[in-house]
Structure formats: C-alpha cells, structure tokens
Design a protein around this ligand. Structure first.
Ligand SMILES: [Zn+2]
Ligand SMILES: [Zn+2]
Length: 353
C-alpha cells in the first residue's frame, strides 16, 4: 500500500496556489476551512469516514475537498493539486531571480483585521515557509471604512496580539508592526501620532480623490512624504491594471483605473530629501509605479521597497512580479530596503522620527 500523504498540507498547498493565481479569497476559503477541520479530526475518524464515504458530512468539508482528502490519504497527489502545479509559472530571468533571492521580507501585508482574508498567524507561517525573515503587518487606517480600517483602539489591541504571536513564531521569523495609513486630502496621516511613532514601519498611500488635479495631488503627496512618521510611499499612482484571475476579461477591464496626476519630479524629490522609500507594488492588478516612472526614480537615486500588498497567504509569493520589474528598470539590490536585515531596516525607519 502506498504511504498516505498529509491531507492538511495538500489542502493548504491548493489554497496557496489558488491565491497566488489571484483567485478571489472567498473561493479559496473552502480549502482553508477544510484544512482546519481535517487538522482537528483524529486520524482514526478520518480513515473511518473515508471508508464510509462520509467525509463531506464534516462541517467545513465539501465534495471537492473530501475527494482531495481521500486521494491524499490513499497516497496519491490529489488531482486538483496536480492540475494546479501543472500550470505553475515559468522561471524568473536571472537578474530578477537574484533580486528575489536578496529579499529578506515584505513591507506591505494585510490580515483579516482589515480587508485581508486570513489571520495574522497564517500569513506569518506562510511567509516563514517562503523563507522570509520578517514582514511588516500593514492593515488599513480608520478612514478606509470599506476595508475595515483599524481604529486607534483596535490597532493598540493588534500590537499586543502581535507581541504575543512573535513569542510563538518559528525562530528566524518575526512580524514587524506597521500600518498602511491613508494619506488624507490635506496630506495628513490617518492615525494618532503617538501610535504612528510606536510602529516599526509606516506605509502611506492615497486611496481617495484619485482624480484630483496635479497641483492638489502633488501638494498632498509631498506633505505626507515630509511627515516624519511616513517611511514608505505605497502604490504611488493608484492605477489599476487588468490582471489575470477574478472573472472574465471584460469584467477585469472594467476594474482598471488610470494613474493619478502629479508632478513626478517633485514627489521623487521629496522622497530623496526626506530619505523615504518608493514602493514597488507587486500586485498583478497594480504593478505600481509604471516602468517609465520607476526608471526615473532609479535615476534620481531613490530607495525602494518591493512589496506584495498580500491579502492572502498565497499572494505573499507575488514578490516575483515586483522583482521582474525592478530588474528591468535596473534597481540595485542595495537600494531595496527589504533586502536589509530587520535591524538595519528598523534603524532606517527610526531615523525618520
Ligand atoms: Zn493601498
Ligand atoms: Zn495595501
């Protein structure tokens, strides 16, 4: 008889690959909840249920996930998983692969405390599996109510929670505290100063009034960049591009958005003057900044982060996309702050405030 495989690992791997392929988080949830249920079920009971064909009677397990578990326990790679691994991406070009290998972490990650789909600990375990040394947890700020932005009180509670989680996480991986703070219309940051000062890393992004005229948008961004709490300027143009996954081509096209208008030279000048990083956002529906702007930023001498803006564990693997663009535009590894060890990264952010 073939050796049984680990059905929980197989279900999680399926979820991870679906997320990486940009499937909507709710469609992946079936696999994550089945994994959680199977992990809690004693092996004897699982075997008995396979025998009796009653796996799908367990709460959180459906027909599709039950078939995966059955195949896995029979020692076969589940058909569903085999289909997904058959379509895995091609290898990265060498320069991009070198950047990817140099990255030690990710500075822009969401959890289910705001609009992410998974608990912080699941994101952390997936990141540790990918070989990350750290990520910065950057849930949204209060004003972004559609994304369940964290009030000051909830952020305080999150900080306590993260401190406890860090005790329990595998050696060699840690969660750094942070926020993706909304850049308000006047350039202010949407969270209490005292809290922003406590956080390890502050990513600031524009999420509203993206069609404002260039003078107004430039003033808003430059004011935020000059704020000592801000460390990284997130997805600078706010554009949305048609990405694979989620619905058909027409639907994806309808979700695109042009870049905001602003004075690139002034914005990059502010980043240079105040020593702030320009984010290279790897999300396939963002890929922000566009390559022509990224090239200007490289020539200007800016520093960068390469981030995933992940909202689910599998999306943590999107760093490849950012690395590809960074390599194409000639970003040197030394100028990417998340190639630095956590201690150096923290020294750099502390130098701002
Ligand atoms: Zn954002
Ligand atoms: Zn984000």
């Amino acid at each position: 008889m073939p050796t049984p495989r680990d059905p929980v690992a197989d279900l999680r791997r399926i979820a991870f690959l679906l997320e990486r392929a940009n499937e909507a988080t709710y469609r992946v949830r079936a696999f994550r909840s089945a994994a959680a249920t199977v992990a809690k079920t004693p092996p004897d009971e699982l075997a008995a249920r396979v025998e009796a064909g009653t796996l799908a009677k367990l709460s959180g397990v459906g027909e599709v996930t039950a078939r995966c578990v059955t195949e896995s326990l029979a020692g076969e790679e589940p058909v569903y998983l085999r289909r997904l691994t058959g379509t895995e991406g091609t290898d990265l070009p060498a320069a991009a692969a070198a950047l990817r290998a140099a990255l030690r972490g990710d500075c822009h990650v969401h959890s289910d405390w705001s609009d992410g789909g998974s608990p912080i600990e699941e994101m952390a375990l997936a990141a540790a599996d990918l070989g990350h040394e750290y990520f910065v947890l950057t849930d949204h700020s209060p004003r972004l109510t559609v994304a369940r932005g964290l009030t000051a009180d909830r952020l305080r509670r999150q900080l306590d929670h993260v401190a406890r989680l860090n005790e329990a996480l595998p050696d060699g991986f840690r969660i750094l505290t942070g926020i993706e703070v909304d850049i308000l219309e006047d350039g202010g940051l949407d969270q209490e100063d005292e809290l922003l000062a406590r956080l390890d890393v502050v990513v600031g992004s524009v999420h509203s009034r993206l069609r404002d005229d260039s003078a107004r948008m430039t003033r808003r961004m430059v004011t935020a960049i000059a704020n000592p709490h801000l460390d990284v300027l997130g997805h600078m143009t706010g554009r949305k591009v048609a990405a694979a996954g989620e619905g058909d081509a027409a639907h994806r096209k309808a979700r695109t958005r042009p870049p905001s208008d602003f004075d690139l030279e002034k914005v990059l000048g502010a980043c240079l003057e105040h020593g702030k990083a320009v984010e290279i956002n790897s999300r396939p529906d963002r890929l922000d900044p566009p390559k022509r702007m990224l090239t200007v930023a490289v020539e200007a001498g800016c520093v960068f982060t390469i981030d995933t803006d992940a909202h689910a564990p599998g999306q943590l693997d999107w760093l490849d996309f950012g690395c590809e663009r960074a390599a194409l535009c000639g970003v040197p590894a030394e100028r990417i702050v998340n190639t630095w060890p956590a201690e150096r990264l923290l020294k750099w952010t502390a130098s701002h405030a």
